[in-house]
Ligand binder design. Structure first.
Ligand code: 5GP
Ligand code: MN
Length: 321
């Protein structure tokens, strides 16, 4: 796919990404927005997204994000990034449905049998949607601001170049982006590793209360609404907890849950080497990647861990055979 070709006849373009946008979602959505703004000034472009976390403050034009859809608008092209399921662009789904042409740029394996746009570029072997997006852009039209966005997505979805989704292509692209003059150290520190004092406290608490199960091959921890209220944090500030759980010695699967409503939890799952957490998430109506997936589930923590545990057991016992 070539973005210039796709937008050749477009006068109006809308862009969005998934609910609870992470670094790859913010990076790809804003990377494309800034690319169109800079290189195709005749196109009227709107960007729709849930408010990104404070750690993405350095991304250019973040203040141009519209949090509420203009449902009367009929875009010539509407582009969805980093999203495997139309359900996950819900607040802006009407813009998608109204559009004359729709495009999806993504890298979720769970998107493959679910292609929901007119034109789908889904590359499950790519580290990030930012990596997929990069391949659709002209290298010489990428400036420092656009490079910062794309680099952000790549470091977030690769855990700073260490998850198995990182390839030599990922590294080559990162190198090209570095050559645009970005402050890569600052981007990594400020958007990925930096935690507030409160975030560290709640991380400590989640670790303290974590529980090993299935012969210490799995670990989970949950944060309840009352705790989030006590610390004054929302879901956006709980990033990094799952990552620390995953690093526990001997653990193959980490699960982190936080309460989003009455008997409702946002569940994150990560695996290290062989368990496919995406298929478990898909089984319960969520999605993601083989080593990182998520889902919203109903029930108590006990119910949810029991239900996921049964699926994990199926995979573990198939491997043990
Ligand atoms: P996280 O655990 O960081 O929220 O998400 C891990 C991966 O799973 C990301 O690629 C994210 O897009 C995907 N994911 C998380 N929650 C959901 C969900 O409820 N539905 C789907 N389809 N994917 C999800
Ligand atoms: Mn992604």
């Amino acid at each position: 796919m070539n973005m210039r070709f796709e937008l050749a006849d477009a006068k109006t373009v809308g862009i969005t990404g998934h609910v609870r946008p992470d670094g790859d979602c913010v990076g790809s959505v804003m990377g494309l927005y800034n690319y169109i703004k800079k290189n195709m000034p005749n196109i009227e472009v709107d960007v729709y997204l849930e408010q990104p976390g404070k750690e993405f403050y350095y991304i250019k034009n973040l203040d141009k994000i519209k949090p509420i859809a203009d449902e009367t608008k009929e875009y010539d092209v509407f582009i969805v990034l980093d999203c495997s399921d139309i359900e996950r662009i819900k607040p802006f789904a009407q813009c998608f449905l109204n559009a004359k042409k729709t495009i999806c740029i993504d890298h979720h394996a769970s998107n493959s049998n679910n292609a929901f746009a007119n034109n789908n570029l889904v590359m499950p072997n790519s580290s990030s949607s930012c990596e997929v997006l990069y391949g659709t852009l002209e290298e010489d039209e990428i400036d420092k601001d656009i490079a910062e966005c794309i680099y952000t997505g790549i470091i977030h979805d690769t855990g700073v170049f260490k998850y198995s989704c990182t390839s030599d292509i990922t590294m080559a692209i990162a190198g090209k982006l570095m050559a645009k003059g970005i402050d890569y150290s600052d981007i990594i520190d400020n958007s990925f590793y930096k935690k507030t004092y409160i975030q560290n406290q709640i991380l400590g608490r989640a670790l303290l209360e974590s529980i090993l199960f299935y012969d210490k091959k799995c670990i989970y921890s949950a944060i309840y609404k009352k705790d989030m209220e006590f610390y004054g944090v929302d879901g956006k500030q709980l990033g990094g907890i799952i990552e620390q759980l995953r690093l526990t010695e001997g653990v193959e699967v980490a699960i982190f849950l936080y309460e989003t409503g009455m008997n409702e939890f946002k569940v994150s799952m990560r695996s290290k080497k062989y368990i496919n957490v995406s298929s478990i998430a898909v089984h319960f109506g969520g999605g993601g990647h083989v080593r990182a997936a998520g889902i919203t589930m109903q029930g108590t923590v006990h119910d949810i861990i029991n239900n996921i545990g049964a699926q994990l057991e199926l995979q573990f016992s198939a491997i043990d055979k």
